[in-house]
Design a binder for this molecule. Structure first.
Ligand SMILES: [Zn+2]
Ligand SMILES: [Zn+2]
Length: 252
């Protein structure tokens, strides 16, 4: 499985792209930078989009992706999310005010862009080869990570979260887990708690719950906090930690 980090920033600045990951060129996780990093032909290859939650840095380019598909003879594009996120899209983004509604984007045929609801703990198969299970996270709005398996390798891609138990319980049960992508946005534990994000202190404490020697890919550092977050984590000496940059290609 090849996972391309299109963007992983927790804020917008030149040279930093918002959260989007692309697996094998076809399965997208989050839509913060799908259309700002992928050429049009690559955008049209995407076969499903998994959304972790409805914050703007994770959904911001979805409207453009959808309208780029308009009038083209393409397979359906499932938009997978929890019900709260789907509601957010419909009420606040694809609402014929901020952008066209889904009804307009699909030309009145909802089967072209089906909204597939997945709540934590549910599992489904996408694109005939990816088994995806949703994992509850702990964020300011209902947010989930995804355990993605292609039958040969397994990876967990998280959305935003602060301290959590369920993620580590699920991870401890996956034999041969290839890696976990998890955020660490700020340096300050208190600010991270208030905004329901991770900081180095919170993440390192949470990692005590992970029994396996699994690579931890640290994502979503806010612009301006990249080096400080990394320095604090490196000081822990936990050699499971890796640091993700936009454009990285990870192989599992
Ligand atoms: Zn975020
Ligand atoms: Zn968020």
């Amino acid at each position: 499985m090849e996972l391309r980090v299109l963007g992983n920033a927790g804020g917008s600045a030149p040279g930093r792209q918002l959260s989007s990951y692309l697996i094998d060129g076809v399965l997208a996780v989050d839509a913060g930078s799908l259309t700002t990093t992928l050429h049009l032909d690559e955008q049209l290859q995407i076969g499903a989009v998994l959304l972790t939650h409805g914050h703007l840095d994770h959904i911001g380019t979805l409207p453009f992706l959808l309208i780029h598909r308009y009038g083209r003879d393409l397979p359906p594009l499932p938009i997978v999310a929890n019900a709260y996120t789907h509601e957010t899209l419909g009420e606040h983004l694809l609402n014929d005010r901020v952008w066209v509604s889904l009804d307009v984007a699909t030309g009145g045929d909802p089967s072209r862009i089906p909204l597939i609801t997945m709540e934590p703990g549910e599992q489904r198969r996408f694109l005939k080869r990816y088994d995806v299970r949703s994992i509850a996270l702990n964020h300011a709005v209902p947010c989930q990570g995804y355990w993605i398996s292609d039958g040969k390798s397994d990876v967990i891609v998280c959305g935003d979260t602060t301290t959590t138990d369920e993620l580590w319980e699920v991870a401890n049960g996956i034999e041969g887990l290839g890696g976990i992508l998890i955020e660490c946005a700020w340096t300050d534990d208190e600010l991270a708690r208030i905004t329901q994000h991770m900081s180095p202190g919170l993440l390192l404490a949470d990692l005590q719950k992970l029994q396996a020697d699994v690579p931890i890919y640290v994502t979503h550092r806010k612009p301006g906090f990249e080096e400080a977050v990394e320095a604090e984590l490196r000081a822990s000496g936990d050699d499971r930690l890796r640091y993700v940059n936009d454009g990285d290609v990870l192989t599992f």
